[in-house]
Design a protein around this ligand. Structure first.
Ligand code: PLP
Length: 395
């Protein structure tokens, strides 16, 4: 047996498998609805104008790349805190991380070290497939809370509140800030105060995960639930991914923020976070951070970035409505109306595993087996094909 032969190889998750199946599909008209990125009307990941300009300034400036601090750029962290929590609010203890994933991993590890072997985390059922492995690797016991109604396409407020209320005190609750992955189903603004009240009353710790800011109802509206949790005084960690909002996936730019700490606690947390970074990757990558820092530090660039993000958000909403009306025209009535009411890149289509399998086998359309589709992968060239095929497998 070879050295690592005793290790069980984990199965690739369903998202990776769907992407592998798409890559291996030889049919020219194939469509990949399994992706987790924003694609533009030409089916490409955009290089945002402000990002392109920031990159130009970096190159023209002849900027060198020395080692930086283990917690990354302080300027970046201050800009991101202002962007999410508002100008002039104190910057929480924070760390620049390797994307949102890195923020989750660092936060989970610090929490597990602080809580000890009884650490429990509750995830929405379903959640982003990486949440459970990240927390399990840090040492957490994983629990689920109800999130979707029986049809699987709308929010189950009573189910979620009841399941949160039944958690042991001190449990960590992962909350998607909005544009829930994989479902696109979010609590309504009026549901959030009730969620926050349960967290407070039951001594739960909120871990708010934001990977799609700007893609829901608009930047400031998308930040409202995050501010609500922060303002409630509930113990809170906040992970922020710049991957989608800046179209910077490969740069690995993100941030972990932990509000409500007095100076002594903040120093302790910062020291732990820096120690974690030192042993994992030493320092976070500089290039994406510098790009975001330049954009947010320049009023005109920041305005242009937000305007382009708004255009991307608007395009997704238009695609949702085009898909719903094309499906209706294909004879599905309002059966897919929920796609128009969900938010962000993804939707829980409500398609069964068998229907998703038929889409792939018969129509070269690859979605996630649980029915998740990426709305941003649609465009003028493929929407008709997707709608016709969807109506056919639903007949
Ligand atoms: N959290 C959620 C809910 C996500 O959907 C994603 C990415 O898909 C992430 C975190 C991680 O983002 P990043 O690519 O910045 O690590």
């Amino acid at each position: 047996a070879h050295l690592f032969g005793t290790l069980d190889a984990p199965e690739p998750d369903e998202i990776l498998r769907s992407n592998q199946a798409f890559a291996a599909d030889p049919r020219a008209h194939k469509v990949n609805l399994g992706i987790g990125m924003y694609y533009d009307a030409n089916g490409r990941v955009p290089l945002m104008r402000a990002v392109s300009e920031a990159q130009r300034r970096i190159v023209d400036g002849g900027v060198p790349w020395p080692y930086g601090p283990a917690l990354g750029s302080e300027t970046l962290r201050a800009h991101l805190a202002a962007l999410v929590f508002g100008e002039g609010t104190p910057v929480p203890v924070s760390a620049q991380t390797l994307g949102g994933t890195g923020a989750l991993g660092m936060g989970a590890t610090l929490l597990a070290e602080a809580i000890g072997p009884d650490a429990v985390v509750a995830l929405s059922t379903p959640s982003w497939p990486n949440h459970a492995p990240i927390f399990a690797r840090a040492g957490f016991t994983i629990r689920g809370y109800r999130y979707l109604d029986d049809a699987g396409t709308a929010f189950d407020r009573e189910g979620m509140l009841a399941d949160l209320a039944a958690l042991p005190r001190g449990s960590v609750v992962v909350l998607h800030a909005g544009c829930h992955n994989p479902t696109g189903v979010d609590p309504a603004p009026e549901d959030w105060p009730a969620i926050v009240e349960i967290l407070r009353a039951h001594g739960l710790i909120a871990f708010v995960d934001a990977a799609y800011l700007g893609f829901g109802a608009g930047w400031s509206q998308d930040c409202a639930p995050i501010r609500l949790v922060r303002d409630s005084g509930v113990a809170m960690l906040f992970s922020l991914s710049c991957s989608k909002s800046f179209s910077l996936y490969g740069e690995r730019t993100g941030c972990l923020m932990i509000p409500h700490q007095d100076d002594a606690a903040a120093r302790g947390i910062a020291a732990h976070a820096a120690a974690y970074a030192r042993t994992q990757y030493s320092i976070p990558p500089g290039h994406g951070a510098r790009i975001v820092e330049i954009i947010l530090g320049d009023e005109a660039l920041r305005a242009d970035w937000l305007a382009e993000l708004e255009t991307m958000r608007g395009r997704i909403i238009d695609l949702r409505h085009a898909l719903v009306s094309t499906l209706a025209a294909e004879g599905m009535g309002d059966r897919m109306g929920h796609l128009g009411r969900q938010h962000g890149l993804f939707s829980q289509s409500g398609l069964t595993r068998a229907q998703v399998a038929r889409l792939a086998a018969e129509h070269a359309i690859h979605a996630i087996p649980d029915g998740r589709i990426c709305i941003a992968a649609l465009n003028e060239g493929n929407l008709g094909h997707v709608a016709r095929a969807t109506a056919e497998v639903c007949r």
